[in-house]
Write a protein that binds this ligand. Structure first.
Ligand code: SF4
Ligand code: SF4
Length: 88
């Protein structure tokens, strides 16, 4: 019986309904430091082409693959990410 998945399948395997929390990116607080994108274990945080109130191209994530671990929200030095209940 297989109990593990192959490496690098994050962008193939969508996150199921088991996720409890999800990140909310507060765009106007984002300084585009890119720390969140370097730390996300799933590699699904990216910089957008949209400019925020402080003139930075803010970051977002692809919720289709986000596992809701909360690492991005914990480590963002500017408190620009909050975890919220993932209402199904
Ligand atoms: S860590 Fe925070 S401030 Fe830095 S890019 Fe990510 S959301 Fe923006
Ligand atoms: S909650 Fe975890 S998986 Fe989702 S974007 Fe943040 S660091 Fe990545």
């Amino acid at each position: 019986m297989k109990i593990t998945v192959k490496p690098s399948t994050t962008t193939i395997n969508k996150t199921g309904a088991w996720r409890t929390n999800r990140p909310k990116f507060m765009h106007d607080k984002c300084t585009a430091c890119a720390i969140c994108s370097r730390l996300c274990p799933e590699g699904i945080i990216y910089q957008t082409d949209q400019t925020n109130a402080i003139g930075k191209k803010y970051f977002e994530c692809d919720l289709t693959y986000c596992k809701g671990c909360g690492l991005c929200a914990t480590e963002c030095p500017f408190k620009a990410i909050e975890m919220e209940l993932d209402e199904k």
